[in-house]
Design a protein around this ligand. Sequence first.
Ligand SMILES: Cc1ncc(COP(=O)(O)O)c(C=O)c1O
Length: 367
Amino acid sequence: MKIPYLDLGKVNDQLQPEIEQAALRAIRSGQYLYSDEIHSFEQQWAATNGAAYCVSTANGLDALTAAIHCLKTLCDWPDNSEVIVSAHTFIASYEAITRCNLKPVPCDVNPEDYNIDCSKITPLINNRTVAIMPVHIYGRPCDMPAIKDIADSHKLRIIADSCQLHTTHCSLSSLADATAFSFYPAKNMGAFGDAGCLVTNNPQLADLARIFCNYGATVKYHHEIKGVNSRMDSVQAAILSVKLSHLNEQDTMRQSQALRYNQGIKNPLIALPYSGSMDAKKSCWHVYPVFCDKRQQLQEWLASHGVGTIIHYPIPPHKQKAYTELNALTLPITEQICATELSLPLNPALTAEEQDYIIEVLNSFTV
Ligand SMILES: Cc1ncc(COP(=O)(O)O)c(C=O)c1O
């Protein structure tokens, strides 16, 4: 059997007639940017996330950047102020901080859910700290109430990186000043290209983000601030509205696939995510991670049986060449995850037969 990690064509095939109809509607509308289609998606996504405002952007990195840049402006943060960021994340979380001339201060994660370890945040706070950036890694929500308590008691802001968490059933947005999403094609709610957005309950932040993302202008050719060009287009918005209407059923599918893996994988060399606890509803299962000390052999074993896998992520941001200033740091839990994690196929196009085959291959792995 040949099972790629993710076959996006197959995933999108399931909704093809609806997607094609929506895309055609957007194409025929003659409005490609700042359209009703986009406005309607923004309203739906804000409501889904229990937020008052949604500002669409060209991608998730831009959404994070706009959120940080606009908070920096509104709160008057000096350059080189510090943002405490979850150490186990995709590089974009750090890049959004450094793009705004601020300093990322990585905080190690906890071994239970791979999210920021709340007990390690307070010791990192000093008089240069301005914000905390939790990252809902693999689609599992961070402990936002605990993070909010810490932020409130030190007068810090929260920018949540929800680029891997898309769901209709847990609205965490009210616990952050801004929450950023990516609709990169491989995400649970993936566009047919790049797209992203931020949601917030703060009207000043929403207004400023909208202006920032439109060349700093409210009125064409009248530029109030130095901005960027970062916009979602109508075709993506139309497609995302279709994807949103199926998010719940796809969430349920992912949860039952996670349960099938949890119940089927029985190999002492392979550790299950979240210690195998079927708190599956807590995650939107963007990624189903397993952990193995012999990861390379396991990945090769699966590949030799036609099963594609991905590592999220082989090198943590603080050990990347791009962040040499952080290379001396040791963050043991993050580094352990990066050394042992392997992501298995999990998506709405995966069949039960394919999953049973993957489980069989995993259970026959030896060293
Ligand atoms: C945790 C995290 N943050 C930020 C991003 C950036 O999103 P985008 O690729 O849409 O810019 C991603 C997406 O890959 C992500 O996984």
